[in-house]
Design a protein around this ligand. Structure first.
Ligand SMILES: [Zn+2]
Length: 383
């Protein structure tokens, strides 16, 4: 067994977020059972998907946690020249859905676990494999809850999303919000007697655009994010049933991707206040006018200090000391919120993630194997 063979097996499970990941979890369970009996499977309520949490080594020590997600994004409407769910090796690269994001890391982490077979660890190696990360870090919540109830949490966490094996300490958080608007329906020939809910939606959109403009105006453009400020973006809008009816309902969905220094709840509250002020005038004539804001999903930003112990610890395991920020979100912010110092560091590049002909180079996989074998040495010695 090596990480490449494990990766080949992992790719063959088409664990698109909408599908079950249980067959893959069972595969991981059977592999890990060779080295530990301390494996927890945390199923979702439909018992169709599961997280896996395993610990190898002494139970009374904190150890290091390796975290990865098992789901992948769909391949529909993508033009693949390699089979997405059967790994192909070509010119030093391994092709298949999830090779970069992020079964490559999961394969290396499983191999690292197997490598503990004839070793006595002084500090435990811990593995967290989640589901439904790609739809907004949804599945990992039950695992986080379990860890929260644990008295002994890992000392450090490495989330192995693809960073080309650089250490990422920061990424933005994300809040997804739906606004449902209620107006007053009427035949369109009498439009002024009604209240057009689509117009109410455009008022909210105006307020969002103004907020974005204010953020840009006041942001200190000296961050190394590609977009160095918090963004607010409306992604979908629906409303109306027919041209001759003034719509009484509409809704829109928007997201806030906040820089670690901005609190998304403050932004949301500001938008709610604007909406309430605008509605209070309208409600004098149309008391039914309403705007309901609801958070559909959110995950926190990651904001680990570059001078923290986890950064120097992971830095000591790899050859580079490059510290970066990443544009994509990860489960890292949730581990960090628990008080577990966390960085993102994994093989491959997110430029290949979610794309047709996704790949990881064998070189990257080897680099990750080497980081994790250095980690094992540390765990063997007890840091
Ligand atoms: Zn990912």
């Amino acid at each position: 067994m090596d990480s490449k063979k494990i990766l080949q097996d992992l790719i063959s499970f088409p664990t698109v977020s909408s599908e079950s990941n249980l067959a893959l979890i069972d595969y991981c369970f059977k592999l890990l059972r060779e080295v530990t009996s301390d494996i927890k499977i945390i199923e979702d309520t439909a018992k169709n998907k599961a997280n896996l949490y395993a610990s190898i080594g002494p139970k009374d020590k904190s150890g290091v946690l390796l975290s990865g997600h098992t789901d992948v994004v769909p391949v529909n409407e993508q033009d693949w020249s390699f089979p997405p769910f059967s790994m192909t090796e070509h010119n030093g690269n391994l092709y298949g859905r999830g090779t970069a994001d992020m079964k490559g890391f999961v394969a290396c982490a499983l191999q690292c676990a197997l490598n503990t077979k004839n070793i006595e660890l002084k500090e435990p190696l811990k593995l967290a494999l989640s589901f439904d990360e790609e739809i907004g870090c949804v599945g990992v919540r039950s695992l986080i809850e379990m860890l929260d109830n644990h008295s002994l949490q890992p000392r450090f966490c490495i989330v192995g999303e693809p960073t080309l094996m650089k250490i990422a300490t920061k990424h933005k958080g994300k809040t997804v919000c739906r606004v449902s608007l209620t107006g007053k329906g009427i035949h369109s020939s009498e439009a002024p007697k009604g209240l057009n809910a689509i117009y109410l939606a455009t008022d909210v959109i105006q307020s969002i655009r103004k907020k974005q403009a204010d953020i840009i105006k006041h942001s200190l453009i000296k961050s190394d994010y590609d977009i160095p400020y918090t963004t607010i973006h409306v992604g979908s809008i629906e409303g109306g049933t027919a041209l001759n009816i003034v719509p009484n309902h509409s809704s829109l969905i928007f997201e806030i991707r906040n820089s670690p220094e901005d609190n998304p709840n403050d932004l949301l509250e500001g938008l709610k206040v604007n909406s309430k002020d605008a509605l209070s005038k309208i409600q004098k004539e149309f008391p039914e006018a309403d705007a309901k804001f609801e958070i559909i999903n959110n995950y926190p930003s990651l904001d680990t200090s570059n001078s923290s112990e986890v950064v120097s610890f992971v830095g000591s395991l790899i050859e580079t000391n490059d510290i970066i920020k990443v544009a994509f979100g990860t489960e890292g912010g949730l581990f960090n919120q628990l008080g577990i110092p966390t960085v993102v560091c994994g093989p491959g590049s997110m430029s290949q993630g979610h794309q047709a002909d996704e790949f990881i180079s064998l070189k990257e996989l080897k680099k990750c194997d080497s980081m994790l074998s250095n980690l094992l040495k540390k765990l063997e010695l007890g840091f």
